[in-house]
Write a protein that binds this ligand. Structure first.
Ligand code: FVH
Length: 292
């Protein structure tokens, strides 16, 4: 059983606190709006009137506030920084690799051990056996408290000692999610404009999904292996993609749809064409994403 100071009792913070309590830990919780922390007393939490009082008795302090601005505003108060000295600070507020590294440096300068985390789940999945929370920073502290971290998400993992790695991996995975979600928005806008029933599209998407998954797997392997110029296994060249993509952009223009999706992605194809890659594999576009 560990005594934990917890800063934040929003939707995610409350779910995290409840999982820690269920795992048998003692949790002192502070929230800007005190009623939300008070509500957690019903689950066994100890509401505290300030971040410093929540950190005082704790071995580990976990933060889950809206953003790093809110988090920094609390953590960098002199009495809070003093209360954190010699302890482990676990940052579960979403941020960028830059803010993670800045906070890691600040923690080190103040004698505070630091883990930066990225939650790959919505509040309803916290505590689940399949739930993933990524951590980067002090490997020693992750390993010492691995049981506690697994109580928040059974598939949680340490991803490296660079404080920024967890949030970088989070952003990469979210890029994949947003690509799919924005593609869905565009697909359904086309269907609405062309009078195609939602279920008709959904049915054909199921049939097309293996081809889409296969193309993504091929793309990842080609970028990993540096095989981005055309070869006998190339599925479709840049030129072939560009012809088909123009059909989409023509439809968007003809139906007066929002051109943002077509313009943004079309510009990548146009960059590859301007660099004479029309006959190369689609994977060559990675050269223009800065991934090389
Ligand atoms: N909800 C989710 O599915 C995502 C999943 C991935 C990770 N995120 C991140 O978790 C952080 C909190 O998100 P949340 O969904 O719990 O957000 P809220 O319910 O709005 O709670 C926000 C808490 O932050 C407090 N807060 C906001 N501004 C300040 C401030 N200036 N000073 C002190 N505290 C502040 C807020 O307090 P209050 O409004 O209740 O007084 C809440 O405790 C976030 O980084 C997500 O990206 C969740």
């Amino acid at each position: 059983m560990t005594t934990i100071g917890f800063l934040g009792a929003g939707r995610m913070g409350s779910a995290l606190v409840k999982s820690l309590l269920e795992a048998g830990h003692s949790v002192h919780v502070w929230n800007r709006t005190a009623e939300k922390a008070q509500a957690l007393a019903d689950f066994g939490a100890v509401p505290e009137p300030s971040a410093e009082r929540a950190a005082g008795p704790a071995e580990i302090v976990i933060v889950n506030l809206l953003d790093y601005e809110a988090s920094d505003a609390e953590l960098r108060k002199p009495d809070v920084a003093e209360a954190l000295k010699g302890k482990l600070l676990v940052q579960l507020t979403s941020g960028s690799p830059k803010t993670a590294r800045e906070t890691g440096r600040w923690a080190g300068d103040h004698g505070i051990a630091y883990l930066d985390g990225a939650i790959m789940a919505t509040p309803n999945f916290i505590g689940g056996a399949e739930t993933v929370i990524l951590y980067s920073g002090s490997k020693t502290h992750f390993e010492k408290h691995e049981g506690l971290f697994k109580a928040l998400g059974g598939k949680s993992a340490f991803v490296g000692e660079d404080f920024g790695t967890a949030s970088a991996l989070d952003s990469a995975l979210l890029s994949q999610m947003w690509g799919t979600l924005f593609g869905t928005l565009q697909a359904l806008a086309v269907c609405r404009a062309e009078g195609i029933e939602h279920d008709v599209y959904a049915g054909f998407l199921m049939s097309a999904q293996p081809m889409i998954d296969g193309a993504q797997q091929d793309l990842m392997e080609r970028i990993r292996d540096g095989r981005d110029l055309a070869d006998a296994q190339t599925l479709a060249t840049v030129a072939v993609h560009n012809v088909a993509f123009h059909h989409l952009r023509d439809l968007i223009a003809d139906r007066d749809l929002n051109p943002a999706f077509g313009d943004a992605l079309g510009s990548l194809l146009e960059t590859a064409l301007r660099n004479d890659h029309q006959d190369d594999d689609f994977a060559v576009l990675a050269r223009f994403m800065g991934a090389k």
